[in-house]
Ligand binder design. Structure first.
Ligand code: HMG
Length: 386
């Protein structure tokens, strides 16, 4: 039985800041942000969206009533959790109108956790082949205004429906993983912004790629030549490009050209959204699937998942016949966003809901189906809009 990604959907806010404008405001060369970091636009998440609404908005785009009936496992992977106890998945399942006969939990290991969730879902479907699992990576990346990490912020959610006989990508049995206690990026309790040893983190990301890719190659005897495309966790798109260049350094010229060409499609959406932590690798997958014209069913895709702290995994899957028909297209969602000035972005950034007991939020300008309307006695108030 084949198990894998049957549907995939993405959601981010309707607001973005232009990276050239941000570079100018920070007295940096525009080329540093656009080329050196590899980002063109950065999603700006207003207070009326949090990881619960982003996750629900992403999932609502792909789920049919039949899917909703079959789902009995919901995992929200996030490092931007809104509660130390209650799982975001419980809120999300309620907003989506899912059955009560489900397992709903939240998972954490920096940007990696959605991959663990995907692999757990695969095991769950193997035991329960007539069921479906909903896996969502949802995050808001925050480093602080005027920090080195600022141009690598962003936010959004990617929802994946995992099922038998998947329409899009059947996951291979083999995967390799690597974990080591490292302080490259972390967010202590009570802090709303990440702490990061930036340069160190970029090197660990590349070291861990070597670890997991060589273990995967040893296990499967596959080399980079065997892949239709290689996908990377994209904290910013230049980091993935560095990973890819390292991966293909000893490959033949045709393979290098092919994989580098596919990477341009795979970074298109991420370049215009920024880092969404747990969802970034899967947004890159979606970007490749929806933008590349050169993919054919039967090709193998390789995926590199990395989460600071640190945990990495390399795994793969086979593109399924007719996979294009299962894609819903996200170009419009991104094209119809509104640009905000750097001053407006800073205002949104600073007005995010903190540890407050009561506050009402303005939601009339937010086009999301699900919005956060405020907090009452420390209880978040979610709303569905028509
Ligand atoms: P920085 O020190 O400001 O940047 O911070 P830089 O000086 O290293 O410049 C960046 C690049 O721009 C360099 O290229 C420059 O040469 C180039 P590189 O050497 O890297 O190839 N550059 C230019 N290019 C063209 N035209 C110009 C120009 N000027 C300079 N005019 C840093 C960069 C990434 C360190 C910072 O933004 C940061 O700390 N970001 C957050 C950490 C991060 O994203 N790390 C990535 C790996 S860890 C990871 O992926 C996990 C993560 O997603 C978290 C999780 O798991 O939860 C972060």
């Amino acid at each position: 039985m084949q198990i894998g990604i049957d549907k995939i959907g993405f959601y981010t806010s309707n607001l973005y800041v232009d990276m050239a404008e941000l570079a100018q405001a920070r007295n940096e060369e525009v080329g540093k942000y656009l080329v050196g970091i590899g980002q063109s636009k950065m999603a700006v998440i207003p207070p009326s969206q949090d990881i619960v609404t982003l996750a629900a908005n992403a999932a609502a785009r792909i789920l049919s009533p039949i899917d909703k009936e079959a789902i009995d496992l919901v995992i929200v992977a996030t490092e931007s959790g809104i509660d130390n106890s209650k799982a975001a998945a419980v809120y999300v399942a309620n907003l989506l109108g899912l059955s009560h006969q489900i397992r709903a939990v939240e998972m954490k290991e920096a940007c990696y956790a959605a991959t663990a969730a995907l692999q757990l879902a695969k095991g769950h479907i193997a035991l329960n082949p007539n069921k479906k699992a909903l896996i969502i990576g949802a995050d808001i990346a925050r480093y602080g205004l005027k920090t080195k990490g600022e141009p690598t912020q962003g936010g959004g959610a990617v929802a994946m429906l995992v099922a038998k006989d998947p329409q899009i990508l059947a996951l291979d049995a083999e995967a390799s993983y690597y974990s080591k206690d490292i302080m490259d990026f972390w967010r202590p309790l009570g802090h709303s912004e990440a702490m990061v040893d930036g340069k160190f983190s970029t090197n660990v990301y590349l070291d861990f790629f070597n670890q997991v890719f060589s273990a995967y190659s040893q296990k499967t005897k596959r080399t980079v030549e065997d892949f239709g495309a290689l996908l990377f966790h994209l904290p910013y798109t230049k980091q993935g490009l560095k990973g890819l260049r390292q991966a293909v350094a000893h490959a033949d010229e045709a393979t290098q050209a092919r994989l580098l060409a596919q990477f341009e499609f795979a970074r298109e959406y991420n370049r215009n959204v920024g880092n969404l932590y747990t969802g970034s690798l899967y947004l890159s997958l979606l970007s490749l699937l929806e933008n590349s014209q050169d993919l054919v069913a039967g090709q193998r895709l390789g995926l590199y998942s990395y989460g600071s702290g640190a945990q990495a995994e390399f795994f793969s899957g086979i593109l399924q016949p007719g996979f294009q028909d299962a894609l819903i297209g996200h170009q419009e969602l991104l094209a119809h966003r509104k640009q905000v000035s750097v001053a407006e972005y800073e205002q949104f950034y600073q007005s995010v809901l903190a540890n407050e007991a009561n506050r009402q939020l303005e939601v009339s300008a937010d086009p999301g189906q699900f919005v956060l309307a405020g907090v009452k006695d420390f209880k978040r108030q979610y709303q569905r809009q028509e």
